[in-house]
Design a protein around this ligand. Structure first.
Ligand SMILES: Cc1cc2nc3c(=O)[nH]c(=O)nc-3n(C[C@H](O)[C@H](O)[C@H](O)COP(=O)(O)OP(=O)(O)OC[C@H]3O[C@@H](n4cnc5c(N)ncnc54)[C@H](O)[C@@H]3O)c2cc1C
Length: 343
């Protein structure tokens, strides 16, 4: 029988550990800084048959109830070049590295590949979970592999890019292997002489406005940061989890039917299907800027649900359900949360 490791705390309020600022209690909570600590904590939880959930920065989770198990916050740090040649290098980063700080580190060194992903909140270990993406780049474009520990056995396993089965805001860790592995480190392939061809319209427009025709990775990063700061609420000032829903992908037939009724409907190709901005659908249903107590829809961004102060998890979730329902009624489209719902 494993005794309770010192890092485990009981009856822990996690309001400061989720960017929505939801006040909820976790029966057990541990912040782990090393692999050894993680293994000890996993062994204890297995012994006690405790449910476990992993947290990085808590920027993509919504707690709708207290958590009757062990929450493990991954804080394992470290950055190391694994391999390099004249053109590329393989950078291994610990799961607990703050993602934006990692991007800044790479920009500082002149290593290209993740500059478009500047200012995405959260940890490096969570980045593969939903294959983070922004401004025309997704993690899988630079991803090489990750190391994880199987929760049920404590065994280490390396996952290749193919094994992660990345998709749009998706990976095997949100599906078949949900909750079965904890990611400890990630390896990225970065360019030493970055070739930059920004194709994302908002980004190219913003660069053009600044008179930048041959952007460096620092130009890209700075511009992405400026756009994001002008558009998205800062979670340190107002609770939110960024985009609450994924952009739905619908069949061409369904799209053409909708387009007859709504000729202005924005859309983008997505393989053989069509992607519709969820923000537009939600806005059309009249949700932008609506507030119910402390739960609301951001006044500038219909896709962002916010906590103005003391909203509870169930209040936020209830609002999300109402939004889903109205979009379903008006457009016949089911919105899926991008955020991980716990409880
Ligand atoms: C203002 C704002 C803007 C955002 N913009 C974007 C954006 O542009 N693009 C984008 O893709 N996302 C965006 N997000 C969402 C979020 O930043 C990302 O999903 C990020 O990767 C979450 O990291 P995290 O460490 O906070 O994860 P958490 O919220 O802590 O966890 C998210 C999920 O990952 C799991 N997880 C976390 N760490 C591990 C680990 N080490 N091993 C196994 N599982 C783990 C958790 O169990 C949970 O299921 C935004 C969020 C906010 C608040």
């Amino acid at each position: 029988m494993n005794t309770k490791p010192e890092v485990i705390r009981e009856g822990f309020n996690i309001a400061a550990y989720n960017t929505m600022g939801i006040s909820a209690t976790s029966r057990f909570f541990a912040e782990v800084d090393t692999l050894e600590e993680l293994k000890e904590v996993l062994a204890f939880a297995r012994d006690q048959h405790l449910p476990m959930y992993f947290l990085g920065g808590g920027s993509n989770v919504l707690f709708v109830d207290d958590y009757d198990g062990l929450l493990i916050r991954m804080n394992i740090k470290g950055k190391e070049i694994q391999n390099e040649n004249d053109d590329h290098l393989l950078l291994k980063a610990g799961a607990g590295e703050n993602w934006h700080e990692l991007v800044m580190y790479c920009v500082e060194k002149g290593w290209g590949g993740i500059e478009n992903l500047s200012l995405i909140p959260g940890s490096t270990g969570a980045a593969p979970i939903q294959n983070i993406g922004a401004y025309g780049v997704e993690l899988d474009q630079v991803f090489v592999s990750l190391e994880a520990i199987e929760v049920s056995t404590g065994e280490r396993r390396t996952f290749s890019k193919e094994e992660c089965r990345f998709g749009y805001r998706d990976s095997i860790f949100k599906n078949e292997l949900k909750g079965e592995y904890v990611i400890c480190s990630v390896v990225l392939r970065l360019q030493k002489h970055p070739e930059i061809t920004p194709s994302y319209k908002a980004l190219t427009n913003a660069l053009a406005e600044k008179g930048i025709s041959k952007p460096t990775i620092r130009d890209i990063s700075n511009t992405v940061i400026e756009i994001r700061e002008s558009k998205l609420p800062d979670p340190s000032k107002i609770g939110n989890t960024g985009s609450f829903f994924k952009n739905p992908v619908i069949s061409k037939d369904q799209f053409h039917t909708l387009q007859k009724e709504y000729p202005e409907i924005p859309h983008y190709p997505a393989g053989d299907e069509i992607k519709i901005p969820a923000a537009w659908l939600i806005d059309q249903c009249g949700w932008k800027g609506k507030r119910f107590g402390d739960a609301g829809v951001h006044k500038m961004q219909a896709l962002v649900i916010v906590n103005y102060g003391n909203a509870t998890g169930p209040e936020i979730w209830d609002l999300a359900n109402k939004i889903q329902h109205s979009v379903q009624q008006k457009f016949g489209i089911a919105l899926t949360p991008e955020v991980n719902i716990i409880g």
